[in-house]
Structures are given as structure tokens and as C-alpha cells.
Design a binder for this molecule. Structure first.
Ligand SMILES: [Zn+2]
Length: 294
């Protein structure tokens, strides 16, 4: 049953992609989402990325038709924060998060932080992020990353928005800073969760959601598959992190929200669940995480 629905869903997406030209010619006759029984939410995407330069509008326009009812576009630099705001204004089904990624904190200064502090208060901005620590590369300086991580956590607390955490090869420092600043009172998601079950338990104990994406479909991703099996179903959200991290069978190619069913299908298989149920529950989780119904 789960497999059948997955095939159906993917087939519908293929059909939708092949009708992009038809959309251009005759968008008036399109039936937008009328027969959608299940709808998925992409909790983390970067449609401001230049890889979407040629077809951004076509892609974003078609998403509700193929069952991706809502997308949260996540800022990672000052420029992408501005683009994110523009996307939320242009598309009813696009919401935004604003923050500066640990890899880009060198561009932050007091004036820009003031701008960010005001910008997150806008309508349709549902989170502060992505913020965090990334020790994969030696730069930027780790202390600088920690300082701006802490400042942006405090901003999330001040404005009462959940936070989107990016943490790579920095589990303990991420956890320690979050604990010391009382992140359990603010809440949010550890996006593209890449640590093991032990760390998962610690972040879950703080009340955080775990974002799972294309990596869960990789054959060799044993750790992430273990976490997908371990985490309570009501604490998992689906994400693409597009244009990055395409799931199998598109690994290595540009990713988009159209590939989200592959992630849902992988989680359904790991947990021995119906894929419809995975979509339904994870969509509810995203709504709760970003407080979309309140
Ligand atoms: Zn991201």
C-alpha cells in the first residue's frame, strides 16, 4: 500500500513536470490542488539559490498542484534573507525564516543585526534560521560562529519565534550553547539531522524537532536511518534543503520540493508505516513547529 501510494505520488509529479509547458500556455484551466487528499510540507528549502534562476517561478507555481502545499524558504546570508522576504510576498504558499548560517557570519555586524532583528517581525516569517555551528571547514573562526549563534538564539527568544538550527560536526558545542541559553523554552528544529541516536535523544529532550531529508534515502546513511527509526513520529519533519541533498534516485542532481515524496517513502519503509500517514503526521508537525495555525 505504502509503495503503491509512493509510486502514484511520484508518477503524478512526473506528469506535473511534463506539463510545465502546458501550464505556461493555459494556466487559467489548471485545477490547483482540487483533488489533493494528502499534502506535504517542505520545512526547509532555498529557492533563492541561483540554481533556481531559470525555473524558480515555474517550480514554485506548480508545487501546490502536485501536493506540496507549503514551503518554508530559509535564509542563510543577508542577501538570501532579503530574497526570502520577496518570495514570501510573491507566493501565498511560501513562508520564510530569516537568519545567518554559521558559514556566513563574517558578513554580520551591528547594523545588519539590527536590520535582521526588525525583519524577523514581518508577516509570514515563521522562524529564525538557519543559525548554528559548522566545524566541517576551519573558517569562519569558531568563536565568531558561537558569538553570532548566541546572538541569534537570543533574537529568536526575544521575538518568540522557533529557531532552525544548522549543526555539522559540532554536536557538543551546539548542545551546550543551546542549553546555556534556555533554547528548550523557545523550541525549533535541528535541520538535516546528522548525528546519532544519543544526540537525537538530547535534542528531543529539549523539545526540538528533527528535520530529515534526502540523506535518509542514501544506502550508506546508517546513522540517519537509525534516527529515523528512533525518533517519535510526532517530532519528525520532512525537508529537502534544496537545491542540495537530492534523495535517491536523483542523488547528486539539483534537488527541489518535487523530490519530497522520496523522503516520505524512505521514512515509511524504515518505520513500516503507510506513506500517507508519514505525510499527514509530518505536515501536522511542521504546522506545530512553525505555529502556522495560530
Ligand atoms: Zn539549509
Amino acid at each position: 500500500m505504502a509503495l503503491l501510494w509512493g509510486v502514484f505520488c511520484i508518477a503524478r509529479i512526473c506528469l506535473a513536470i511534463s506539463s510545465l509547458d502546458w501550464y505556461n500556455k493555459d494556466s487559467k484551466n489548471s485545477k490547483r490542488g482540487e483533488d489533493m487528499e494528502y499534502s506535504m510540507i517542505d520545512s526547509h528549502a532555498h529557492y533563492d539559490d541561483e540554481q533556481f534562476e531559470k525555473d524558480r517561478d515555474k517550480l514554485l507555481t506548480i508545487l501546490p498542484e502536485v501536493g506540496i502545499g507549503l514551503v518554508v524558504n530559509v535564509g542563510a546570508s543577508m542577501e538570501s534573507c532579503k530574497s526570502t522576504i520577496a518570495l514570501t510576498k510573491k507566493y501565498p504558499h511560501v513562508y520564510g525564516a530569516l537568519g545567518v548560517h554559521p558559514g556566513s557570519v563574517e558578513e554580520l555586524n551591528e547594523d545588519r543585526f539590527v536590520w535582521l532583528s526588525q525583519a524577523v517581525r514581518q508577516e509570514k516569517i515563521v522562524a529564525v534560521g538557519e543559525i548554528g555551528l559548522d566545524y566541517y571547514y576551519d573558517e569562519p573562526d569558531r568563536q565568531l560562529q558561537k558569538d553570532w549563534f548566541a546572538r541569534q538564539i537570543s533574537l529568536a527568544a526575544d521575538v518568540g519565534l522557533p529557531m532552525i538550527i544548522h549543526s555539522r560536526e559540532a554536536a557538543q558545542d551546539t548542545y551546550d550553547i543551546m542549553r546555556s541559553l534556555g533554547c528548550e523554552d523557545v523550541g525549533g528544529v535541528i535541520h538535516c539531522f546528522s548525528y546519532g541516536v544519543e544526540m537525537a535523544r538530547k535534542f528531543l529532550d529539549m523539545g526540538f524537532y528533527l528535520g530529515l531529508g534526502g540523506v535518509v534515502t542514501f544506502k550508506n546513511a546508517r546513522t540517519v536511518k537509525e534516527v529515523a527509526a528512533y525518533a517519535p513520529m510526532d517530532r519528525i519533519v520532512l525537508e529537502t534543503d534544496c537545491p542540495y541533498l537530492s534523495p535517491v534516485p536523483y542523488r547528486g542532481k539539483r534537488n527541489s520540493s518535487l523530490n519530497l515524496p522520496y523522503v516520505a517513502e524512505a521514512i515509511a519503509q524504515i518505520r513500516d508505516m503507510d506513506v500517507e500517514e508519514v505525510c499527514r503526521v509530518t505536515s501536522e508537525n511542521v504546522r506545530a513547529l512553525y505555529r502556522l495555525d495560530s
